[in-house]
Structures are given as structure tokens and as C-alpha cells.
Design a protein around this ligand. Structure first.
Ligand SMILES: Cc1cc2nc3c(=O)[nH]c(=O)nc-3n(C[C@H](O)[C@H](O)[C@H](O)COP(=O)(O)OP(=O)(O)OC[C@H]3O[C@@H](n4cnc5c(N)ncnc54)[C@H](O)[C@@H]3O)c2cc1C
Length: 376
């Protein structure tokens, strides 16, 4: 049997960012069920960093993370981890109260401009404006479109440079605590032992806990659908924003010379290899035609991914008090990329006793104990 100091189950952004950070302190091995890292949620996201998501805690985690994307550690990557993309949140007359509320909520984190219909058209000429359509918007010119591939590969590289290891096609099928260690057996009957087990299995985190005899916390995977389609002829998309309705109805943005859009669906599902749903695909196209002047001709591509939430929609990070050495890193919902550097630093603080990195939240607010009736 092989041994390590820390086993991480899950090679998505959560597992890899924690693994690369902790590999500065310990021998870390990542087990990933699929043949490649980032195959599930992490490889299927809209890849934005913006503040129109979540609540004050999520915004604080996002804010604490953006420095990493803007100035990654030396040797982490040869390419930028993202590029600036403005964020435009637009609202009809009947949604103005929601826009005002969002403006107050985001203002502590980003410099916002309030624009009218003309300002909306200047930034994004296809958004429908005027009576019955958008009349006001909020613009944050400092949104970041993240490069997921660069981010994941940067963590893989950092982990390996520090002597860590990633094993793919290594689905954990047996997880048990014996004596001082967790032993994980993979589907190929390889076994690995370590005193600390990080459960970063995304939508499967409750299933992994159950495998190890640890109480699940009630995570809910919710499917989200994305389509891509051709932009209107002759439009230069280079300055276009990530454009979102103030309510959770629609977002769209430029994507490699085309556009992508999501109806922001949240279909409850079991953990799975999520597939796009025909109704949601049609809804995305319908909402694009309703909220913009664009026609969706041929849908060029479509995909779906799971956003997995804890009951209070806050991420879960910390040791389980009932299961020694069992560390939760789950429930990143729709913000797992943009909060990943802060989440990894929190995991580092709780496991390697480095300083607590976030003024805006306590360990108790993020701990699994809040669902399990345990103290942090
Ligand atoms: C459509 C969509 C849009 C999104 N947009 C954004 C956005 O704009 N910005 C943002 O920040 N976030 C966004 N997200 C959310 C973000 O993608 C997730 O929060 C994040 O990817 C979660 O990362 P993870 O590592 O927890 O999960 P995953 O990437 O799913 O990784 C978990 C891994 O665990 C592995 N695993 C599971 N069980 C086992 C086992 N038994 N043994 C071994 N391995 C196992 C899985 O194979 C998987 O690779 C979006 C998500 C979706 C679906």
C-alpha cells in the first residue's frame, strides 16, 4: 500500500487548488475518477469572475481571490489566467428595485457605473432597450473571464513541482479509517493511506462521505445549461460584456468568435455526467430573442454542468468533528472558480496552521459542523 500525508479525492478546481497549495507543506496525492482533470463542473463553467453572484460572504471570498488571478505566483503559468471582460447587469422598469439592491450589495467590492438605455446600447448594441425592455444597467469594467485550462494546469504544475502526484482513472470506491489513517481503495484495487483525507469530490462529495461512514451534509447538485451560437453578421464582439439580466433569467457573452448563453436553469439532479436538456436549450434561445435583438439560428454547441450547493449556499470547508482527519471542501455552487484561491488558502490555514486569510468570515461560518450540529 502507498502512503501520503494528504489524499485529495477529486481533480476539479477545488481539489487541485487545495492540493497545490498544501503541497508546500506535505506530500499530497490527488485521486481523480475520470481520465482528465476538470472533466465535470470545473470544465463546464461560464468562467467569469463577477460580483452579481451569491451574497456578501461569496463576494468576500471572490474579492480575496482576484489578486491570485491578476498576479499568480511566479512559475504558476506561462499565460494569463484570464482577461478583463466588462460585466453588464441590465434591468427593465419593473426590475429597478432589484437593480438598486444589487448595486448596494456590489458597491463595497467593485467600482460600478449606472447606465441608461443609451449606455447599455453603447456597451452591448444587441440588448433590447426602451419600453418593456432594459431601461437601466450596472457596469463593472473589471470583470475577469478566467482561463480554466490555464488555472487547472497551473495547479497541476505547482503540485508536481512540490513532489505531489495526480492519479487519474482512479475512482475511490472504498474509504475507511483504520487506526491513524484513512485508506482509500480505487476501482483498480490500488490502495493509498494518509492521516488526512480531503473530500473535494464536487457533486459526489456526499457520496464520498457516505463511503467513508461519514454523515453527508445535504449537498444539492443543480444542472445548468449553456448553448453557443453565431453572432449577428458584421458585429465586432471584442468589447462586448458578460451581459446578465438582474433576475436570474439569462446571461450571454462572447465565446471564441461566437456567443454563449444560459437560461440560468437550476434543475435538481443526482450527481452525474450532466447532459443538456432540450427544454432549457429552447428556453435559452427564446430568452435571447426576448431580451436582445439577436436571432438564434443554428445552435453550434451545447453542454450542461452541475453547480452543487450546501443548504445555505455557502461553501463548506473544514474538518468533520465526528470523523478524525476527514476534511470537507465542497458546496462551491456557481462560484467555485472565482473563489478557489481563497478557499485553498482557508484549507491551508485549517490543515497547515497558516494565518487565517479572510477577515470577512470565520471558520465556523464555513465549517461542515454548521449542518452537523458540531462546533467548528
Ligand atoms: C454552467 C456552469 C456555469 C458556471 N459558471 C461559473 C462562473 O462563471 N464562475 C465560477 O466561479 N464558477 C462557475 N461555475 C461553478 C464552478 O464550475 C464549480 O463551482 C466548480 O467547478 C466546482 O469545482 P469542484 O472541484 O468542486 O467540482 P468538479 O469540477 O466537479 O470536481 C470534482 C471531481 O471529483 C471527481 N470525483 C467524484 N467522485 C470521485 C471519486 N469517488 N473518486 C475520485 N474522484 C471523484 C469528479 O470526477 C470530478 O472531477 C459554473 C458551473 C456550471 C455548471
Amino acid at each position: 500500500m502507498k502512503s501520503s500525508d494528504i489524499i485529495v479525492i477529486g481533480g476539479g478546481i477545488a481539489g487541485l487548488s487545495a492540493a497545490s497549495t498544501l503541497s508546500k507543506h506535505a506530500r499530497v496525492t490527488v485521486l481523480e475518477a475520470e481520465g482528465a482533470v476538470g472533466y465535470h463542473s470545473s470544465g463546464r463553467s461560464a468562467t467569469m469572475l463577477h460580483y452579481a453572484l451569491g451574497d456578501p460572504l461569496v463576494r468576500a471570498l471572490t474579492h480575496a481571490s482576484r489578486g491570485f488571478f491578476e498576479a499568480p505566483p511566479r512559475d504558476f503559468t506561462d499565460v494569463p489566467l484570464g482577461h478583463r471582460m466588462p460585466v453588464l447587469i441590465h434591468s427593465r422598469e419593473d426590475e429597478l428595485a432589484a437593480l438598486d439592491q444589487l448595486e448596494s450589495a456590489i458597491a463595497p467590492f467593485a467600482q460600478l457605473e449606472r447606465v441608461d438605455g443609451a449606455g447599455i446600447c453603447e456597451l452591448c448594441p444587441v440588448v433590447r432597450t426602451g419600453e418593456g425592455a432594459a431601461v437601466a444597467g450596472l457596469v463593472d469594467r473589471n470583470g475577469i473571464r478566467l482561463d480554466t485550462h490555464a488555472l487547472l494546469q497551473g495547479h497541476v504544475r505547482a503540485l508536481r513541482q512540490n513532489g505531489g502526484e495526480i492519479v487519474t482513472v482512479a475512482r475511490a470506491i472504498k474509504v475507511e479509517r483504520s487506526g491513524e489513517v484513512w485508506t482509500v481503495t480505487t476501482e483498480h484495487r490500488d490502495s493509498l493511506a494518509a492521516p488526512i483525507l480531503i473530500n473535494a469530490a464536487g457533486s459526489w462529495a456526499d457520496a464520498v462521505a457516505t463511503l467513508g461512514g461519514v454523515r453527508p451534509i445535504g449537498l444539492a447538485p443543480l444542472r445548468r445549461t449553456i448553448i453557443t451560437f453565431d453572432a449577428p453578421d458584421g458585429e465586432d464582439l471584442s468589447g462586448w460584456p458578460f451581459a446578465k439580466t438582474v433576475g436570474d433569467e439569462l446571461y450571454f457573452a462572447p465565446e471564441s468568435g461566437r456567443l454563449f448563453a444560459s437560461p440560468m436553469d437550476e434543475g435538481p439532479t443526482d450527481p452525474c455526467d450532466a447532459q443538456p436538456d432540450e427544454y432549457e436549450i429552447a428556453l435559452a434561445a427564446h430568452r435571447i430573442e426576448e431580451r436582445t435583438t439577436m436571432k438564434v439560428g443554428r445552435i453550434q454547441s451545447r453542454w450542461a454542468g452541475l453547480r452543487t450547493f450546501a443548504p445555505d449556499r455557502h461553501p463548506v470547508v473544514g474538518f468533520d468533528q465526528q470523523a478524525e482527519g476527514f476534511f470537507w471542501l465542497a458546496g462551491q455552487g456557481g462560484y467555485g472558480l472565482q473563489t478557489s484561491p481563497a478557499m485553498a488558502q482557508i484549507a491551508e490555514s485549517l490543515i497547515a496552521a497558516t494565518p487565517w486569510p479572510l477577515e470577512a468570515a470565520t471558520a465556523a461560518q464555513l465549517s461542515p459542523g454548521r449542518f452537523l450540529g458540531q462546533a467548528a
